[in-house]
Design a binder for this molecule. Structure first.
Ligand code: ADP
Ligand code: MG
Length: 391
């Protein structure tokens, strides 16, 4: 059974009536521009054809009742219980319910109507592996409340509201990329977002290219301590480089030439972190024109360089991610492979010749398993459309 059919039939089972609508919001994979969103850089993600599906209808009472089909759990909340993060019976909200409750909170804060709803949701975006299952949940609920609330905002605004939910209610200090890609995805196209101005455009993904995502199944998440340390190193680099380059606001404003000239002024850790960011932003600038000219091989080479930079300069790789990329880069039909997402586990993204994608996936799984003992999950992905109601 497809996931949309599954949530539809579960809704009937749980609420003894038909769901009125089904919302779908995809996960995302980032091809280039890693750890640059908080440095005002550019990112190149695509929404993927794995998504959260949400069957919903208005509630007849004051409370919102949700079933998370993937956990077999129910949660209940209302406008009155939102601030306390509890259910009407006083019990705490389960962790997963922070995402939908956070969306209700963020929408309410923005003055948008969030009528109570009944809903069942399920997802085939793997959780916690760097494909942004959390943004897909948030955007599915944002779409649902937009429909029942009778208001309409553009997809970027919807993404910002999802980010606000995650920052302000769930308490995760994420950038805008995940929610942006889930909200704004376009079939067969990469998205290019300027994280400073929030302007974006799309770039065609050449037809001969498949995006293959490989999940190491290792989850050593970048802890918030490690993440904050890297953000601080970037901020320190901006402050110190600013003594020679007055007016810079972020590493986005530092050219590779200026960086190379001034790098010796930075302490080692800040120098390594900033080198990754400055060069990664330059790679995303180059990628744009390479893709416009259909130069997949050179784009793939940038992806390979990005992995080396994340491993050696930003230091967010791990042995399993290094094995997965090394095996991939040795296989026929692979133009580029790198870790994607925050790092320390999770997934790699691979740019592969479409005709070779099946064989590549098989050989990658076998190579990875023989070297690590872990059985990976491999997904051949399509760039898909962003969040919306199913017709
Ligand atoms: P990711 O990189 O996948 O976004 P996060 O840690 O940001 O990882 O978000 C994962 C969390 O999002 C899960 O722990 C859960 O609380 C919530 N979530 C994701 N998918 C689902 C789902 N299918 N059902 C319920 N909650 C989900
Ligand atoms: Mg997330």
């Amino acid at each position: 059974m497809t996931l949309d059919a599954r949530v539809y039939s579960l809704f009937k089972e749980k609420f003894s009536r038909e769901a009125q609508y089904i919302a779908r919001a995809p996960g995302r994979v980032n091809l280039l521009g890693e750890h640059v969103d908080y440095n005002d850089g550019f990112v190149l993600p695509a929404a993927i054809d794995r998504a959260t599906y949400l069957a919903f209808g208005p509630s007849e009472s004051e409370v919102t009742t949700l079933w998370a089909a993937d956990f077999g759990q129910k949660a209940v909340f209302s406008a009155e219980t939102l601030a306390a993060k509890t259910q009407p019976d006083g019990s705490p909200l389960p962790d997963w319910a922070f995402y939908p409750a956070g969306v209700m909170w963020a929408l309410t804060e923005a003055g948008l109507k969030t009528p109570p709803l009944q809903a069942v949701f399920a997802s085939d975006v793997p959780r916690g592996s760097g494909l942004s299952s959390s943004a897909s949940v948030e955007l599915a609920f944002a779409v649902a409340w937009q429909q029942l609330g009778g208001w309409n905002v553009d997809p970027m605004r919807l993404a910002q509201l999802g980010q606000r939910a995650e920052n302000g209610y769930v308490g995760v200090n994420c950038g805008i990329m995940d929610q942006f890609a889930s909200a704004c995805g376009v079939e067969n196209r990469l998205l290019r977002l300027d994280c400073r101005s929030l302007t974006w455009e799309t770039v065609a993904l050449p037809a001969e290219v498949a995006i293959v995502v490989a999940d190491t199944t290792v989850r050593r998440k970048l802890t918030s301590g490690e993440y904050n340390r890297r953000r601080e190193a970037c901020e320190l680099a901006v402050r110190l480089l600013g003594e020679s380059l007055p007016g810079i606001r972020a590493l986005r404003d530092v050219s590779p030439e200026d960086f190379n000239r001034l790098a010796a002024q930075l302490p080692l850790e800040a120098r390594l972190r900033a080198r990754h960011v400055v060069e990664e932003i330059e790679r995303t600038r180059l990628a744009q024109s390479l893709l416009e000219h259909g130069d997949v091989a050179s784009f793939g080479a940038l992806i390979n360089t990005c992995h080396a930079s994340l491993r050696d300069f930003y230091e967010v790789s791990c042995p399993e991610l290094d094995v997965m990329t090394t095996v991939a880069q040795s296989l026929p039909g692979c133009w580029g492979a790198r870790l994607t997402g925050a790092g320390f586990g999770g997934c790699t993204v691979n740019l592969v010749a479409r005709e070779a994608a099946q064989e590549f996936s098989r050989a990658l799984a076998a190579g990875y398993e023989s070297r690590t003992g872990f059985h990976p999950d491999i997904y051949i992905c399509q760039a898909s459309r962003g969040a919306g109601l199913l017709g």
